[in-house]
Design a protein around this ligand. Structure first.
Ligand code: PGA
Length: 264
């Protein structure tokens, strides 16, 4: 489904990044049970699940059957639309099995799978070419954070400029670009940034998108150790448009508690 930006940008986006979990497909239904009586305020929140790609068709079928108002995201996509690229999955393939978004440039892929800004740029273009919404991840390592906010902003600007290089402003029409600010030192560490720290960088990202790219409406999320205890601090904050939740979203109890905070 192609998201019309004006429909969705008003809602906070809570995206669940399941990383390389669950190990068994049989465990998916258990996780999805958390949504059963969650009574999410869907006027206010858009929920997206980013499972490993092999599970996308199965989850899309379940959502279709129960008419769930939940979006689906790929965790990655190939930078080409087709070709001899053993093991890769194109954005179009993801879209054809039900994905609405592609997460691009997650720090785990940048760190462990060698994704450079140039690769991220190609993947953003590939996802947009397949008319998937993009959730572009940016965030600084601890060594950069230690050098202070000016250096952090410089680092983030380089990542954004790299990712959005040579994309015509008209390409964004009808395709949603979201940014997830995920400081690397906060991912999987249990040490989330403070909402104030997150907002400072998010406001900076907003200003770059507006001034340099003519994108005033992008949703900018926070990610990094978001859990049931702190999720409202981020998603209820006026300056933050949602959250990208990793580890906590693959724990049934925690997922249920997070969803409870989003009830209508
Ligand atoms: P975390 O991961 O919530 O486990 O810190 C966030 C992410 O990787 O997107």
């Amino acid at each position: 489904m192609i998201r019309i930006i004006s429909d969705y940008s008003m809602k906070k986006l809570i995206a669940f990044n399941w990383k390389m979990y669950p190990k068994k497909a049989a465990d998916i239904e258990g996780l999805l049970l958390a949504f059963d009586d969650a009574n999410i305020d869907t006027d206010r929140y858009e929920i997206a699940i980013a499972p490993p790609a092999v599970y996308l068709p199965m989850i899309a079928d379940i959502f279709y059957e129960v008419k769930a108002d939940i979006s689906l995201a790929m965790q990655n996509c190939a930078w080409q639309s087709e070709g001899a690229l053993t093991g890769e999955i194109s954005a179009e393939m993801g879209k054809n099995v039900g994905a609405d978004y592609a997460i691009i440039g997650h720090s785990e892929r940048r760190m462990h799978l060698g994704e450079t800004d140039e690769v991220v740029n190609k993947k953003v273009k590939a996802a947009m070419g397949a008319r998937l919404g993009v959730i572009l991840c940016v965030g600084e390592p601890i060594e950069v954070r230690k050098q202070g906010i000016v250096v952090v902003k410089k680092y983030i600007k380089r990542q954004i400029d790299g990712a959005l290089h040579a994309i015509e402003p008209s390409s964004y029409r009808g395709i949603e670009l979201c940014i997830a600010y995920e400081p690397i030192w906060a991912i999987g560490t249990g040490k989330a940034a403070t909402p104030e720290d997150a907002v400072e960088v998010i406001a900076f990202i907003r200003s770059i998108l507006n001034t340099n790219y003519g994108i005033p409406t992008a949703r900018i999320l926070y990610g990094g150790s978001v859990n049931a205890k702190n999720v409202t601090l981020f998603v209820e904050h006026d300056g933050i448009d949602g959250a990208l939740v990793g580890g906590a979203s693959i724990n049934k109890k925690e997922l249920k508690s997070i969803l409870k905070t989003l009830h209508s």
